[in-house]
Design a protein around this ligand. Structure first.
Ligand SMILES: [Zn+2]
Ligand SMILES: [Zn+2]
Length: 237
């Protein structure tokens, strides 16, 4: 065991005594701070995608190489750390409340970003929140993920080029794929086309649900001259 790891374990032990952390899924104690809101055994139950998984080569959904549902989506390819369940779901929910990623989640994100085909990306762009929502929440959860990935991969983090222009009131839940796509079409605009021109963009969001939001972002980025738009999310529904 190296000194850094030993130090981390001792530090975790002290913190666990001082501030006992209960796993939000099974209520057992979380011994290691690096796991965040879930315990190690709940993380083991959580589906994390690996190179051996059968997935749609474009949208990354588990199943055959062409799922038949994602042709209309504008991005080049999308990948996620794993399924929006168990520890990944809880971590994504926590990230909406606190601008912080536990070490384990950071490592999973970086590993996912280093896998083909999204590993060729040259510039990291988070899906922007509407300014009004950003004001209420205080931070953009997609930016927290984008920061981590950009830093680890030593890529430029670009939070300026892509902006959300439509009002968040237009956003409604319970819509089908087409309905959702309609509400986000034209919702994003590239303000600095020179910065994205010819780049392989790594577009980052917390959760991939229908893909409508990232597709609308990809539309704007590709129209502004981006060579490709790869999508990476913490989880996919
Ligand atoms: Zn647990
Ligand atoms: Zn697909």
């Amino acid at each position: 065991m190296n000194l850094t790891l030993a130090g981390e374990i001792i530090c975790d032990a002290v913190l666990t005594l001082a501030y006992p952390q209960i796993c939000v899924i099974c209520s057992r104690s979380v011994e290691r701070r690096r796991f965040g809101v879930a315990c190690e055994s709940c993380w083991q139950e959580t589906r994390i995608f690996t190179d051996g998984d059968e997935i749609c080569l474009k949208c990354g959904s588990p199943g055959p190489p062409a799922c038949g549902r994602c042709e209309v989506l504008a991005f080049t390819a999308a990948r996620a750390v794993g399924t929006y369940k168990e520890a990944l779901r809880e971590s994504a929910l926590m990230l909406k409340r606190r601008p912080y990623l536990p070490r384990h989640v950071e490592e999973l994100l970086v590993a996912a970003a280093l896998r083909e085909p999204i590993s060729v990306s040259t510039r990291v762009v988070p899906v922007p929140l509407h300014p009004k929502r950003l004001e209420t929440r205080g931070f953009n959860q997609a930016s927290i993920i984008a920061e981590t990935v950009a830093k680890a991969l030593e890529l430029p983090l670009d939070e300026a080029s892509l902006v959300r222009v439509s009002s968040p009131e237009k956003y409604r839940t319970g819509l089908d794929v087409k309905g959702r796509r309609d509400t986000v079409t034209g919702a994003f605009r590239v303000t600095h086309p020179k910065l994205v021109e010819g780049e392989d963009i790594l577009l980052v969001d917390d959760v991939f649900t229908t893909g409508a939001t990232v597709s609308a972002c990809a539309d704007a980025l590709l129209e502004a001259g981006a060579k490709s738009v790869f999508v990476m999310t913490l989880a996919r529904a």
